[in-house]
Design a protein around this ligand. Structure first.
Ligand SMILES: Cc1cc2nc3c(=O)[nH]c(=O)nc-3n(C[C@H](O)[C@H](O)[C@H](O)COP(=O)(O)O)c2cc1C
Ligand SMILES: O=C(O)C(=O)c1ccccc1
Length: 368
């Protein structure tokens, strides 16, 4: 079966992956209300198509922090791609490069920053960091990222600790013995191979490493150690968006971490407009969570996102088809976006503005 939708890529992956790995990829925190709300959020908007517009040459190419992209999206940072495929992040890097989209590499990547860079020379990629207790390790990662031609650092700020993911606790999820975080001291994550019943290896190894004391004042410390632009991931309020801009952050990612951190927060799409309105136009705002079709991407752009990120579907493609599978997922999203732009009579990104959307269901008419 050739998958025609992202959901079909998911079905292929589910049939192949061990259940505990599928659950680690798919799962959210707590009741998974937020994870489900992410998937549902897109259905609260409908497109307002325009007709009799020349749509013969739709164009979704864009530029983001100086990098040219064939479409306004990228791969969200996700830990341990080798859980999906032996080539891990190297395969994902090839896929993103061939598709012409951004790759954000997780600090918990299972291939080294240098291997990933060598797999796709010249392609746009950013490195995502968590604030580790070991600041020497953070400094080294920032330096290696610069040397290996990563173009920005993304600090994820919604994870002072890992959320309570019941699927992983029930499965006593642990990394396979041959898999560690390739860019950190291997002793830190190899202990994750021995999780006890009712505990999660991921939760345990990250609890030892994450520094929950980090606050706004610390951003200057990181800034002083790199010349790369700094992006914050995991902002969900206008207040924090304004603070980020005041602290010199170069871009924001509105995200609830795919529903994997605080259960009960709104889908990122629902708070995207308040964040966009809170920051100056020069500060790009990205969004992620539950994007499963090119028309979802159109919705995110119309609500003011400069680009969006896609997470789990890339792991689905990787799991069933390696680099080719991940590439198929990314190409499908771009094709669906272009299709949406053509059929909606909005063949440029500029035409995907707030007039392109209406709320659904429509606001009730005022009583007579
Ligand atoms: C398996 C998995 C691992 C993840 N690892 C990280 C990570 O290391 N760093 C991070 O900032 N976000 C991480 N995330 C969150 C993603 O970057 C992203 O916010 C989320 O998956 C987007 O939602 P989607 O999967 O519904 O597209 C992870 C998500 C998944 C599914
Ligand atoms: O960030 C995550 O969602 C995640 O799964 C993770 C993986 C490794 C360490 C910490 C968090």
């Amino acid at each position: 079966m050739v998958p025609l939708t992202l959901a079909e890529h998911g079905a292929l992956a589910k049939g192949l992956l061990p259940a505990a790995i599928w659950d680690f990829f798919e799962g959210g925190a707590g009741t998974e209300w937020t994870r489900r709300a992410n998937l549902d959020a897109w259905r609260h908007h409908v497109l307002r198509p325009r007709v009799l517009v020349d749509v013969s040459a739709p164009d979704c190419g864009t530029e983001l922090l100086g990098a040219r992209l064939t479409a306004p999206f990228g791969v969200a940072p996700m830990a341990y791609h080798r859980l999906a495929h032996p080539e891990g992040e190297c395969a994902t890097a090839r896929a993103a490069s061939e598709a012409g989209v951004l790759l954000i590499v997780s600090i918990f990547a299972s291939r080294t920053l240098e291997q990933i860079a060598a797999a796709a020379p010249g392609a746009p990629r950013w490195l995502q960091l968590y604030w580790l207790r070991d600041r020497e390790a953070l400094t080294m990662l920032a330096r290696r990222a610069e040397q290996a031609d990563y173009r920005a650092l993304v600090l994820t700020v919604d994870a002072p600790k890992v959320g309570r993911r019941l699927r992983d606790l029930r499965n006593a999820f642990a990394l396979p013995a041959d898999l560690t975080a390739a860019n950190l001291d291997p002793r830190l994550t190899s202990s994750a191979g021995h999780s006890a019943a009712g505990r999660s290896g991921i939760e345990e190894h990250s609890r030892q490493q994450f520094d929950p004391t980090v606050s706004w004042a610390d951003l200057a410390w990181l800034r002083a150690r790199t010349r790369l632009p700094l992006v914050l991931k995991g902002v969900l309020t206008a207040e924090d968006a304004r603070l980020a801009v005041e602290h010199g952050v170069d871009a924001l990612i509105v995200s609830n971490h795919g529903g994997r951190q605080l259960d009960g927060v709104p889908p990122a799409l629902a708070v995207l407009p308040e964040v966009v309105d809170a920051v100056p136009a020069e500060c790009p705002v990205l969004v992620d969570g539950g994007l499963r079709h090119g028309s979802d991407l159109a919705t995110a752009l119309a609500l003011g996102a400069r680009a969006a990120l896609v997470g789990r579907p890339v792991l689905w493609g990787l799991a069933h088809g390696g680099a080719d599978g991940a590439r198929a997922v990314l190409d499908l999203l771009r094709e669906e976006l272009l299709d949406t732009m053509v059929l909606a009579g909005r063949p440029t990104l500029a035409a995907l503005d707030r007039d392109a959307l209406a709320p659904w269901p429509p606001a009730a008419a005022a009583p007579l």
